[in-house]
Ligand binder design. Structure first.
Ligand SMILES: [Zn+2]
Length: 225
């Protein structure tokens, strides 16, 4: 037991020494700052990740650097639906033409789409806003791709648009703005209501809550309006 503790202490000292050494190298400093910005990671985990990469230059660091660079160059946002697509390929999210749908679900981000897809509650097209209207880094209404949402509704004979934005102030403001933009289309517009906790983000909802929110969605505009 004592030996084990000594070993752990030794390893900790070695790691700490390594960390101090790492901090004097500007590339490493930059990396620590960048990786710390990723979701769920702080400086401590960033250092652990960097150490792992440095110790596995060929197997991890090189392919990761290459893949990041390729992703940066080749993966873009689709101008039509807001999903991600490869530069040289058609957008899969737009191309679900094998099965015709009559509903579009509007979500804030792709993680929300994945959560809804996993729950299997919705079968239809997705429109990804890429953010909300009033969040600090998202001021541009054009980026929400609302013109193309209206085009998609017309082109695909959509009869219902489901607004699945978060139950946050920004999410609801955005939903209201979209609802207003769609009011002349003579289609049903609904939004997730009951079961959605106030402040709840779609991507963090469990399947049960999400299914209930979809089933009990509230009509905002009906076709006869
Ligand atoms: Zn698309």
């Amino acid at each position: 037991m004592k030996l084990l503790k000594q070993l752990v202490d030794l390893e900790y000292q070695a790691l700490s020494g390594h960390f101090e050494l790492m901090q004097n190298i500007s590339e490493i400093n930059k990396l620590i700052k960048l990786i710390s910005k990723l979701p769920g990671l702080g400086p401590k985990s960033a250092k652990r990740i960097i150490l792992k990469l440095i110790n596995n230059r060929q197997e991890l660091m090189k392919p990761l650097a290459q893949t990041l660079s390729e992703t940066y160059k080749n993966v873009i946002r689709c101008n039509n639906c807001g999903s991600l697509k490869s530069n040289d390929a058609n957008c899969e999210n737009c191309q679900i033409n094998t099965k015709k749908h009559n509903k579009i679900c509007v979500v804030e981000n792709i993680a929300d789409q994945w959560t809804i897809e996993t729950s299997s509650i919705f079968k239809g097209y997705y429109h990804i806003l890429g953010g909300t209207l009033s969040s600090s880094n998202y001021q541009n209404k054009q980026d929400l791709l609302l013109d193309s949402l209206i085009e998609r509704v017309k082109k695909n004979n959509i009869d219902e648009v489901i607004l699945a934005t978060s139950a946050t102030v920004e999410g609801q403001t955005t939903a209201f703005y979209i609802q207003d933009s769609l009011k002349n289309l003579n289609i049903k517009v609904s939004k997730l209501a009951q079961g959605l906790p106030v402040g709840g983000e779609i991507e963090s909802l469990d399947d049960g809550t999400l299914i209930s929110a979809f089933k009990n969605r509230k009509g905002l505009i009906s076709e006869s309006d």
